[in-house]
Design a protein around this ligand. Sequence first.
Ligand code: ADP
Ligand code: TRP
Length: 316
Amino acid sequence: MDQQRNIIVTGAKPSGQLHLGNYVGMAAQAIDLQEMDADRFVFVADYHQLAEPFDPASFRQVTLGIATDLLAMGIDPERTTLFIQSDVPEHTELAWIFTTLTPVSFLERMTQYKDKALVQHQNVNAGLLQYPVLQAADILLYRATQVPVGQDQVQHVELTRDIAGFFNNKFGETFVQPKALLTKVPKVQSLADPLKKMSKSLGEKSYIAVFDEPEVIADKLKRAVTTPEGITNLLSLLEIFGSGTIDAERYANNNVALKDDAAQAIAHFFAPAREKRRQLQVNAAYVHDVLAEGAKKARAIAQATMEEVRTKIGIR
Ligand code: ADP
Ligand code: TRP
């Protein structure tokens, strides 16, 4: 096994539109890492979404929409294998094997599980508990060394390391233990409730979608809460999406200027991506081809890993 090669794996659920938190925490890293010598895999985690609310009638469209958005933002299919999780059935096969190695108590400790079980208390399905086991399979199937994610996913990457260890102990050295990669701002806060992370599940007012039109961005920022935490969050958005240096004087007691400047910076930053998305949206055949090619490449690797796994555990 070549321990030196960098292998990057990350994913996003098809739960709606990608927002600035997804961009800053995950997508921007995945895009920047395209400059590094590495193998890269980015996928839309549709099987993960099944544990949470979704609409079967629009599910496929939402899934394809996330893939389109990732391409528009700068995921380059020449350098990154982009695919849809359910196109590679080895993910669920490996997840089952990992399920039999993972103590239930480890899963019950996961913060995301506890949070989601409260939010969707009428639907605490076993998939919600198993969620990080499938995530471990996503990551280890490609023998990832680095996993670019936001702060909220660090615990799942730690668990992935544990699961790799359980497997290696029982069946012999097979999986490398991957590391989570974080950015300078691993947690963008909600606009409406700056003590919580920006998230689709907290409603429209909480987030700015990457592809919101400039008027919508300005409008959402006008309503943003300006507690001290809120202001810190807005300043960090301005720093990320603006020209870099911030004139602190200009914003002392001037939240209107801060919100205006942040709105302009964000709208301007994503203007080329909005344009690219318009082009991709009328070229569904291209997106389809990229995903078919991505699934083929991913599957070849996933199948090779599964051959080794089946042999090690004595199924073959
Ligand atoms: P959401 O939490 O909005 O449903 P996902 O679960 O699909 O989004 O997250 C996809 C990626 O974006 C993950 O790597 C996650 O850590 C990252 N991410 C999500 N929200 C934020 C945030 N507010 N700040 C930084 N990163 C985030
Ligand atoms: N669980 C991640 C989230 O909620 C999405 C995800 C699924 C993922 N599989 C992954 C992220 C593998 C990184 C690697 O955001």
